[in-house]
Design a protein around this ligand. Structure first.
Ligand code: ASP
Ligand code: MG
Length: 429
């Protein structure tokens, strides 16, 4: 059995949704395919925007209408304008959006101290509707094409805690739910479900973090012990650099799990960083392929180590370099280091590069003004803190001289870290 994941870019228009037909056609008779979809196009951003507008008690009508019209036009093209299924689906979508918006406004008007917690909880409730509608549309479309297909609700399968917007998955329960409920269906049907979303024990909707549907697909694949997971993208596979920045980016035909996980950690945006772990644990190969050229080989990620790798360039923009130096002449001992690291952990600040000397230490992190200000206030008694903003972190694996020169030309190097042919450069544009 196989798992296919289609992301927003592959579902952003009726024509692209029709384009998935040849990809799923081989499973018409064979069945044994689970399809995981995310919201269509930029719907999650639009829902986020709608959420903020409603929460601020501003006029949200236009934003709501844009979301509705976008989905309605796609559905009409795929199912037909006069199809009663189109109308009832759109009616149900509108109802769900309006009910959630009413809750948001009601909550905001209460002005309780609880608002912060409710903000994130209601965000999940509204934003998860993007995946809901997307999976319904694709489901009805494939059914219309006479596929034997069942729609499954990921909120009854992916069980999480209540960390709104970044929910932690309860793996043992989730695996059990997927095995029990989905596995038997796949013998005679295709099944379609949603990425990115889950629910807590009280059945309240949660989300797994932005761009999290790759991660969902990996969880489904590992619970089903699938033969493989394929993520269908608008690029040919995993490239050694972002093709938008490097016109000569090359495709990796093969990558090891470690290599891929490391690349996504340092900013290769093609797969979500959390995706690899569930697959590696169950030893399930991950294929990253182009939905526009489904016959091309794409990239295969598995446990085979590639011996001679070409340089891989990962770039993270909007980085902050924060340097702590001791105020009195004193060494940066383990107790002090511990204080710093504990604070980073408490504020959930991910460290992408780090350099230490006897008296100071620098961390490269994503720019997050609020958190950094709080951290500064807390630690400025003991440390002199220097903050440098708007930097770019370039991580190069298997670096060679040419690549390093090419990257750093015309730029000021703020910091350089090197371990054999692994190099990190923090650059000022
Ligand atoms: N639709 C969600 C997002 O845009 C999840 C995903 O695309 O993976 O963040
Ligand atoms: Mg997306």
């Amino acid at each position: 059995m196989k798992v296919f994941k289609f992301g927003g870019a592959s579902l952003k228009s009726a024509a692209l949704i029709e384009n998935i037909l040849p990809i799923v056609e081989p499973f018409r008779n064979e069945k044994r395919l689970l399809i995981v979809v995310s919201a269509m196009g930029k719907t999650t951003n639009a829902l986020e925007d709608l959420f903020h507008t409603a929460w601020n008690l501003q006029d949200y009508t236009e934003k709501l209408n844009n979301i509705l019209t976008y989905h309605q036009l796609i559905t009409e093209k795929l199912l037909g304008k006069t199809n009663p299924e189109t109308q009832s689906l759109m009616q149900e979508f509108l109802q769900a959006l309006q009910n959630t918006i009413s809750l948001i406004i009601k909550q905001k008007n209460k002005k309780t101290k609880q608002n912060i917690a409710n903000f994130d909880q209601l965000y999940d409730k509204l934003v998860s509707l993007g995946e809901w509608i997307s999976s319904k549309i694709v489901y009805l479309f494939l059914r219309k094409q006479n596929f034997q297909i069942i729609w499954a609700n990921a909120q009854q399968l992916i069980r999480t805690d209540s960390t709104w917007r970044e929910a932690k998955v309860n793996f043992s329960l989730t695996h059990r739910l997927i095995k029990q409920n989905i596995l038997p269906l796949l013998t005679d049907n295709l099944v379609i479900t949603q990425g990115f979303i889950g629910a807590n024990a009280k059945k309240q909707p949660t989300t797994l973090g932005r761009e999290g549907s790759d991660y969902s697909a990996a969880i489904f694949a590992s619970a089903l012990n699938a033969q493989s997971l394929t993520i269908w993208k608008d690029v040919a596979g995993v490239l050694n650099a972002d093709p938008k920045r490097f016109s000569q980016a090359q495709l990796f035909a093969q990558l090891s799990y470690e290599e891929a996980a490391e690349m996504s950690f340092y900013g290769a945006s093609v797969i979500h960083p959390k995706t690899i772990a569930p697959l590696q644990q169950s030893n399930i190969p991950l294929y990253v392929k182009s939905f526009l050229q489904p016959l091309q080989i794409g990239t295969c990620i598995n446990n085979t180590k590639v011996i001679k790798m070409i340089p891989a360039i990962m770039i993270k923009d909007n980085q902050t370099l924060i340097t702590f130096s001791l105020k009195k002449i004193n060494y940066l001992d383990t107790a002090r280091l511990n204080t710093l690291i504990e604070n980073f952990a408490q504020y959930n600040l991910k460290i992408y590069a780090l350099q230490q000397t006897a008296f100071d230490i620098s961390f490269c992190i994503d720019k997050q003004e609020e958190k950094i200000k709080t951290l500064q206030k807390k630690l400025e008694k003991e440390f002199t803190i220097k903050i440098q903003d708007n930097l770019q972190l370039v991580t190069i694996k298997n670096a060679d001289e040419t690549t390093i020169k090419q990257i750093s030309s015309n730029k000021e190097i703020i910091l350089q870290i090197q371990k054999e042919n692994f190099i990190q450069l923090i650059l000022k544009n």
